[in-house]
Design a protein around this ligand. Structure first.
Ligand SMILES: [Zn+2]
Length: 436
């Protein structure tokens, strides 16, 4: 079968809109009645006054800071974001807290099953089937993503191998031992496994991975293709987050991501005013309302993810809306010498055209009145002096064309730059640190 849920995935557009609108009104009423956050936030909003999608735009957005603030009150640790009696909560999860105090996420058995079902759409769309033996190369701890992946794989009928508490070498041996043929990982960790396998004289292709679902970081098309080449497998992307759940995934056409409808109402808003839906091909900020979760109702959550809006049709036959590309996070976009800069542009360039570069790092500093941008790069050890100089010149020229910025290009000795195993932090804006 081609679809996980043939009925929902091929519903006519109008029907999907009708269902989503009615779900939205229900969750809005529910949130107002059951969560302190929304009782206060929506005091001037009457759910029954919502007649069209335009009316939804009158409801204020919710951001992470508000969630943190409402968690400071009882009942501990979820506070005023809780939408059910705390006795109903059956599992604790939290955000990573890399941008501040973590948000604690309460799930009831029902809401957790709802998340898993949304994830089944993502996995099935990426071609995961019962004959797949899926290796998950992480310890999941208190974080959401790989637990969702774990349970959704089981629900799909795949065989799941939890690969926590091992180092990368141990994981590679486990993949070989169990003959795993599918994997889920961050793009950074995928590249790391391939590199480590090569160090062990193992061709990553010989590991026998057929399918890989990536998560956790924006994945430029060039990185996706690089992983496909390295492992000789199909690589798919998906997008989501701890608070809103996984809300989009790539189908086998590999042309952008489908929004998982009608589980989520996803708006893509222009980033200046956050009030207008962008047109196809335009970049906007993603605002998500999960439509079926009562434990932690979330209305118009500002994910701060930046995406390009895609076409609303796909050769796979699914009728859900699509996004063309994930650009990054609004937090990652910086103004450097007055030019808007996205670190993803550099990653795309390097993965596409500079196979000889094995690692890099971008550093922005303030020198006097000017911003100064440097890329530190490490090339593979088999390149010599003259070749390295050529890479340096070519990289500087290409960066100028792609970003409109002049970079200092610095070559570093092999092994000197940090290696990342989960999510990469290759962009360092020292101007902010200097300010503090
Ligand atoms: Zn499709």
């Amino acid at each position: 079968m081609k679809y996980w849920n043939p009925y929902l995935e091929t519903l006519p557009r109008k029907e999907l809109d009708r269902i989503e609108f009615s779900y939205f009104k229900s969750i809005l009423s529910y949130a107002k009645a059951h969560s302190l956050l929304y009782r206060e936030k929506l005091k001037d909003i009457t759910p029954n006054d919502m007649k069209t999608f335009d009316d939804i735009k009158k409801i204020p957005l919710t951001d992470k800071e508000e969630l943190r603030r409402y968690q400071d009150i009882d009942p501990y640790p979820y506070g005023g974001i809780l939408g059910v009696d705390i006795q109903e909560v059956t599992t604790f999860r939290q955000t990573s807290g890399t941008t501040g105090k973590p948000v604690y996420v309460p799930e009831t058995y029902e809401s957790w099953q709802w998340r898993i079902e949304a994830w089944c759409h993502i996995l099935y769309m990426a071609g995961f089937r019962p004959h797949h033996r899926v290796f998950l190369p992480f310890g999941y701890n208190v974080y959401v993503a790989f637990w969702e992946a774990h349970y959704a794989s089981e629900k799909l009928g795949c065989e799941l191998i939890p690969g926590g508490a091992l180092d990368t070498k141990g994981r590679i041996h486990k993949i070989i031992e169990t003959r795993a043929n599918a994997m889920m990982n961050t793009p950074t960790y995928g590249l790391h496994i391939a590199g480590e396998a090569k160090n062990m004289d193992i061709n990553p292709k010989s590991l026998g991975i057929e399918r890989m679902l990536c998560a956790g970081e924006p994945m430029p098309e060039a990185t996706r293709k690089r992983l496909e080449d390295l492992f000789g497998c199909h690589v798919f992307d998906h997008i989501g987050g701890t608070e809103p759940c996984g809300w989009g995934g790539m189908c086998e056409e590999k042309q952008g991501l489908h929004i998982i409808e009608p589980f989520f109402l996803v708006e893509i808003l222009d980033r200046e005013t956050l009030s207008r839906d962008v047109e196809e091909g335009e970049t906007g900020v993603v605002v998500v309302t999960p439509l079926g979760r009562r434990s932690f109702p979330l209305i118009r959550f500002n994910t701060k993810d930046l995406v390009v809006k895609g076409k609303d049709s796909c050769l796979c036959g699914r009728t859900s809306k699509k996004i063309k590309e994930v650009v990054g996070r609004t937090d990652d976009l910086r103004k450097i010498r007055g030019v808007l800069f996205s670190p993803k542009t550099v990653e795309e360039l390097i993965r596409n055209e500079f196979q000889e570069i094995v690692e890099y790092e971008i550093v922005v500093e303030r020198k006097g009145m000017m911003d100064d941008i440097t890329i530190r790069t490490e090339v593979a050890p088999d390149f010599s002096g003259k070749e390295i100089d050529q890479v340096k010149v070519r990289l500087r020229e290409n960066l100028k064309v792609k970003t409109n910025l002049s970079f200092h290009v610095q070559m570093e000795p092999p092994g000197s730059l940090p290696r990342y195993t989960l999510k990469a932090k290759r962009f360092k804006d020292m101007r902010e640190i200097e300010k503090k």
